[in-house]
Design a protein around this ligand. Structure first.
Ligand code: OGA
Ligand code: MN
Length: 207
């Protein structure tokens, strides 16, 4: 069964992106989908995690000073991954209809932050690069305790903290990739998330 994002929820998200450039949501991904994603992450034999790299193309390198999570890319062909990806597809279409964002594709990875892991403050897209436009982070940790660390801290353009997000199961953060520096504070216990990015097609930009 394909879960549907309501028009009302899409309106709320679109309005928030126009007004503030970000939104935090809970309860838009159905519990049965979240639980299947958690189970998949926990069934380590089904999913192979690699040290995450930074940079793009030939510039890519693993730098554990900056980030020390382990990742695995979602795949449309996988039945469970596709439940999440099809909701993101609805989000893409809903935002394109409302805001003419020209979002074209979506790439996303599972990330495991083992105890001690973090991701230092960074931007997901270089200003003006028009590659990653909109970031999503979905959290998969039931009963997260604040003392576990592992919060996602989102900063404003002037580096003041806008919000500190507990990586609690069911929370989805959505923000403009070029605008908001953010970081993952060191976690004390294993922390699971799915980070993803909507991109525009370079075909629309003279390449
Ligand atoms: C990223 C990122 C945050 C998270 O992968 O770029 O910022 O909470 N992830 O997984
Ligand atoms: Mn990021």
């Amino acid at each position: 069964m394909v879960s549907q994002l309501s028009e009302a929820v899409l309106d709320v998200i679109a309005d928030a992106l126009v007004d503030k450039g970000y939104i935090l949501l809970s309860d838009i991904i159905p519990d049965n989908v979240s639980l299947a994603l958690i189970e998949k992450m926990q069934a380590k034999q089904n999913i192979e995690f690699k040290s995450a790299a930074i940079g793009r193309g030939s510039e890519q390198q693993v730098n554990t000073q900056i980030r020390s999570d382990k990742i695995s890319w979602l795949d449309k062909q996988d039945v469970i991954d596709n439940q999440y990806l099809s909701i993101m597809e609805q989000l893409k279409n809903g935002l394109n209809r409302r805001l003419f964002m020209g979002l074209f594709d979506y790439e996303s990875h599972y990330a495991v932050y083992q105890p001690g892991a973090y991701y230092q403050k960074h931007l997901d897209a270089l200003k003006g690069s028009q590659n990653r436009i909109l970031t999503t982070v979905f959290f998969l940790n039931p009963n997260w305790q604040a003392e576990n660390g592992g919060q996602l801290v989102i900063y404003d353009e002037d580096d003041s903290v806008i919000t500190t997000v507990q990586p609690e199961l069911g929370t989805l953060a959505i923000f403009l990739s070029e605008r908001f520096p953010h970081e993952v504070l060191p976690t004390l216990v294993p922390r699971n998330s799915i980070a993803g990015w909507f991109r525009v097609s370079h075909a629309n930009h003279g390449f």
